[in-house]
Design a protein around this ligand. Sequence first.
Ligand code: SF4
Length: 448
Amino acid sequence: MLKDFSSKSTCIQKTQFELKPDMPVCQADYPLDWYQAEFIPYAEEYLALPDRNLATVIPWMKQYIEPALEHFGDKLLLLAHYYMGGDIVKLIEKFGGQIGDSYQLALMAYNHPEKKVIVESAVHFMAETISILAHQDQHVYITNPKAGCTMEMFAKDFMVQPALDDLNERYGKDKILPVCYMNTSGRIKAMSGAQGGAVCTSSNVKKIFEWALKQDKKILFIPDKNMGENVAAWLNIPTEKIAYWPGGTDGANYSLFAQDEKTLKRFDEAQLILFSSYCGVHTYYKPEMVDYWHEQGFNVVVHPECEKETMQAADCCGSTAFIYDHVVNDRAGTKKYAIGTENHMVQNVRLICLDKGIEVVNLGDAKISKYKGMGCGCATMSRNDPPHLVATLDLLRLGKIPAYNEVLPGDVVNEFTGDKQTLDADGQRWIIDNAKIALENMIRITES
Ligand code: SF4
């Protein structure tokens, strides 16, 4: 049984972001055939609006969202991640919802048992984690199940299983400790929990690794290659003590027993084995961009999913919530910040800081000719646009929400085709029981 984790680190403050009537919706319009059939009537209405300014979009949304809020009352909880566009972030807040990072969102259902209907605008693994920790009478929905995460996509269970099997066989199950990043499916979390491992997030990764290192086992970190290298640097794990398992389908086809002597020796001596998936958004940032902004007097803060060289060049590195606090509260006292993280988050922080006299730029906007001069947004998360939110809430109110939008433990959604596989009740139970072990280990270590 989980205890009450509604502590300081999981409390969320309102963003200080204001919706302005002339503010445009930041998500691009999608073609109609990108919407699931039941959502098309809502998308048609949205696409027919004369413009995408909030003065136009909000009244259209209100006619659907307000009846849903009235219908469900306190039972409804709207959630969004910081990486959603500013309009969705503030709309969610405007309609009584909460914004958080992946750790904060994960605990939302658990810490709010009075909320029975939870609607998330973020990526699928985040909604799935909420559903794993949810109470039995809570239902979790995602506005667009195709909102996946590229890092998670290249660390699916069938890609990771050969790594765990081979390592267990060569070194013994009791000598391998899987630690998985929050950005993994419930199946990976369950695989880790079943072997005594833990989940970590960007805000607690150092603490979780310190716990793992005390156990005198090889750590299999699934994924992220960059965060693994960064935390190894923080904890003085030498590079020669790190071995790499390839990410994606290469990982599915890799076998420890087909490797040459030199590679095997590397694995034998490794303290840390990194499953090599990574985030395409954060790997865009490079050390020369940091140098550029330093020359202009900016304090540079990056997310630990950035490459090690970028992290080492920056002034500080931390989770989404850390970056938000560092910049909005001008912790470095510079009033000038270059941020290396997802671009919607950077733009949201930039707007909040405008009135505070704090200048915020995207690290990727360094004027260096070989780069395109713009930070990346998380394109998959942005698939949760206003028509998806409106359609989800209206269909929920009408009792017509498709099963497709409910997120159950163990669900796998193909980000390209949208096809979804759901496990039977026993399979879901196995995922819940074992993923909870890994999540509870994380929570216990983080909150202790
Ligand atoms: S920013 Fe990267 S790691 Fe985060 S959800 Fe998007 S693809 Fe995944």
